[in-house]
Design a protein around this ligand. Sequence first.
Ligand SMILES: Nc1ncnc2c1ncn2[C@@H]1O[C@H](COP(=O)(O)OP(=O)(O)O)[C@@H](O)[C@H]1O
Ligand SMILES: [Mg+2]
Length: 286
Amino acid sequence: MFSVKDLYYRYPKQDKDVINGISFDIKEGEIFGFLGPSGAGKSTTQKIMIKILEDFRGTISYNGKSITEFNDDFYEDIGVSFEMPIHFSKMTALENVQFFMKLYKRNADIETLMKRVGLWEDKDKMVGEFSKGMKIRLNIVRALLNEPTMLFLDEPTNGLDPTNAKILKDMIHEFKQQGGTVFITSHIMADIDQLCDRVAFIVHGEIKEIDSPRNLKIKYGKRSMTLEYKENNHTVTKEYPLDGIGQNKEFLELLQTKDIETLHTGETTLEDIFIKVTGVKLHDEK
Ligand SMILES: Nc1ncnc2c1ncn2[C@@H]1O[C@H](COP(=O)(O)OP(=O)(O)O)[C@@H](O)[C@H]1O
Ligand SMILES: [Mg+2]
């Protein structure tokens, strides 16, 4: 659906590229996560993909056609949420939404959408009085106003408490279930881990890995089985290699004879894998 090939980008008047030859494809109907520390080039890439930044090098196509050949109809098709939500603070939530609705030919049902994010009751409040979480939810309403086929979400979970983050993730999931395609960035791995069909690891404008979270865990996770069992009122922990576990006599005997407390394979979190693959920490990195 979206194809990015050998993309390079340098901001005007700068002496070096911030995007250094990245390539990736986003398939129709998938949630594609773009993951990396702050300053890696996530927002820049999103802005190029939605035609806000021009003069890039490389090719980007949407449904087989170069994005440079699209006119403003492109924006009828996509929904965008930026990192820093900007609304009119001296207008009510509903007035904000109505303003942006006028920019599109196709409109979603606003009442349903605002109810879905829990903002309908606050629709007549000035946005200036909104909490950060409410502003971010309003941002999502705006991204979905034109019933887009593809969503671009830049750090949508950033600054959301767990309840709001859950609403947001459920909505992204519903959007996918209805056939939508999503590009989502984050510097907080755990936030989008379960949501994404595939993720790309980006550091210093380069992609280091692209795969499904599951494959990454299999590829980089620890191939071991850890079990904990009770013995004389103490918890004993044992770890065995996953390969040949079915023939491992010691392990099998413990399973049959001990009071097992926990039993799990040694998957690593995506965040650990990110650090392993890139050598870069996701937080506090410039
Ligand atoms: N308008 C700009 N002019 C010059 N450099 C910029 C501009 N915006 C971002 N950058 C630089 O580009 C790099 C990538 O930034 P960005 O895409 O915002 O990263 P991320 O979204 O991953 O945090 C950073 O080094 C940042 O300082
Ligand atoms: Mg960013």
